[in-house]
Every structure is written in structure tokens, then in C-alpha cells.
Design a protein around this ligand. Structure first.
Ligand code: OGA
Ligand code: MN
Length: 276
């Protein structure tokens, strides 16, 4: 893409999604290129930096140049992503990350973006895939765009857990049903005027549509959105810092063993626009 910057070298990895940005730690920490990085992120869905060798504190400092960092209780903007419950008590919920989703679908505002840094890798598996949900909307045939324009979808934590544990016990169902559900539009019209599709593992059913029709529609659109031309697969190297635009992409981790040691340090940027 055409980026006017002397400090950044942007290398597109596929036509529709994913760029490597080559720069140095000081440039990122200084924030001088933050507006350009945000613009590239919005256009390309995913950007990553390789070989920076940064600390947790530097990751958070870089994140702060790009937006407003969301700190969870008891952390300083670094959240450990691991499927090992000794490392993260919410490992069971995180197993849902192996299925296409966007982050914060149950929050009032979806997160703007997520930064992920590879701290330990799995010997096998554990790549992460991303698809561009702006491009997938843009390419939909016009009749589909018209048919889905006003559709609302109920998202639930319970739904995403059926992917992880297909035969949940009554207690498990009751547990996940305690998490409030959220209604999201299927088509998000952004303040920029661009539109993206909101799908993913938490997408449970379409409001007011017969169950079979609703499941068929959500599956058909997910198939459409995750076709190879919309997908970038990141093959992690230790220390990679990757950022995805959580408002215009979905992502999933490819399978890896719970005890593989794989560890990612995540920093979230707060959402800036409502779902309309
Ligand atoms: C996440 C997530 C994917 C991965 O952190 O939200 O989905 O590859 N991570 O760990
Ligand atoms: Mn995620």
C-alpha cells in the first residue's frame, strides 16, 4: 500500500490482508508513526513486527501510542494467553480461540485492536489465522448484501463453548448461560462508512429467523468470509509483535497442545466506536 513514511517499511503479505512493518523499537516507542500504523492496520487488518526483542513494559508503551490500553484487574496491560490452566485460570474459555471469532463480542464495544507477542512457541501447531471482514463484506453479491442489511445476531459465551465441549453437562450449560448474551448487527457500518461482517464462534442465532435457516446462514457467511483469498496465516517466530484490527477481522489459533508451553502476551486497545 501507499504509505508516506520515512521510518516505516511496509511489506504486504497477501493482496487482501496482512503486512509486515519493518522499523525499530525507538520509532515505535516514540509514537511518531502511530497514526500511520493505525492507518495501515485499518487497511490491512493485521500488521506485525519481527525481531524487535521487546519487554512487556515496552509492549504496553507501544500500545499506548496507538490507543487506550485496557488493563484487566490485577494486570498492567499484559494478559497471558495460554491453554494451560496453571498459567491462565480461564484456559477453558480461551479454548474457544481455536475457532473463528473476534474479541469482545460480548462487551458493549468490541476492542479496537489486540497486540499479541510470542513469548513461547509450541513445537507443533499454534499458528494464527486472520480473515478480513471488510473485504468479505465488500465482495458479497449485491442480493446477499440486501438480504442481510438489517439482520441482528445474538452472541453468547455458551455458543462458543459448544465448539470446545460438544456434549456439555447440564452444569456446564448452566455455568456458561450465566454470561449475558449480546445482540450485534450482522453488518457493522463503521464511522468511516466502511462495512464489515460480524460473525464468529459466539454468534448463536439470528433474531426472528427459524433455527435451521439461521444456522445455515451463519455457516454460509463464515465459509464465505474465511475463503483463502481473505485469510492471512501467521507463522510465529519468537518475539513477533502482531496487531490485528479487531473491528475488521476475525481470527483463530490453529490447534496446539495444552501442555505445549505456548504463551502469548496480549494487550488490548479499547473499542472507540459503537456497533451500528
Ligand atoms: C486472543 C486469541 C489467538 C492465538 O488472544 O484473543 O484469539 O493464536 N489468540 O493465541
Ligand atoms: Mn481472540
Amino acid at each position: 500500500m501507499d504509505v508516506t513514511s520515512t521510518q516505516l517499511d511496509v511489506v504486504d503479505l497477501t493482496p487482501r490482508i496482512g503486512s509486515e512493518i519493518r522499523t525499530d523499537v525507538d520509532t515505535l516507542l516514540g509514537g511518531r508513526e502511530a497514526a500511520t500504523i493505525r492507518a495501515v492496520l485499518e487497511q490491512r487488518g493485521v500488521v506485525f513486527f519481527r525481531g524487535l526483542d521487546i519487554s512487556d513494559q515496552q509492549q504496553v508503551a507501544i500500545a499506548k501510542t496507538l490507543g487506550s490500553v485496557v488493563a484487566n484487574e490485577g494486570d498492567d496491560g499484559i494478559y497471558k494467553i495460554s491453554l494451560d490452566k496453571n498459567v491462565n485460570q480461564r484456559a477453558q474459555y480461551l479454548k474457544g480461540s481455536l475457532f473463528w471469532h473476534f474479541d469482545g463480542s460480548l462487551q458493549p464495544y468490541p476492542n479496537l485492536a489486540t497486540l499479541l507477542r510470542a513469548v513461547k512457541l509450541s513445537d507443533t501447531g499454534g499458528d494464527t489465522e486472520f480473515c478480513n471482514t471488510y473485504a468479505t463484506y465488500d465482495d458479497l453479491p449485491q442480493p446477499d448484501k440486501e438480504a442481510i442489511a438489517d439482520i441482528q445476531v445474538v452472541h453468547s459465551a455458551e455458543r462458543s463453548q459448544y465448539y470446545v465441549t460438544p456434549e456439555m453437562s447440564y452444569e456446564q450449560v448452566a455455568f456458561w448461560q450465566k454470561s449475558p448474551t449480546k445482540v450485534c448487527p450482522l453488518v457493522w457500518t463503521h464511522q468511516s462508512g466502511r462495512k464489515s461482517l460480524l460473525l464468529g464462534a459466539t454468534a448463536d442465532y439470528v433474531v426472528g429467523m427459524p433455527v435451521e435457516e439461521s444456522r445455515a446462514l451463519l455457516a454460509r457467511l463464515r465459509d464465505w468470509a474465511t475463503q483463502p483469498q481473505y485469510v492471512y496465516r501467521h507463522r510465529w517466530q519468537l518475539g513477533d509483535l502482531l496487531i490485528w484490527d479487531n473491528t475488521g477481522t476475525m481470527h483463530r489459533a490453529l490447534p496446539y497442545a495444552e501442555d505445549s508451553g505456548r504463551l502469548m502476551h496480549r494487550t488490548i486497545l479499547a473499542g472507540e466506536e459503537p456497533l451500528l
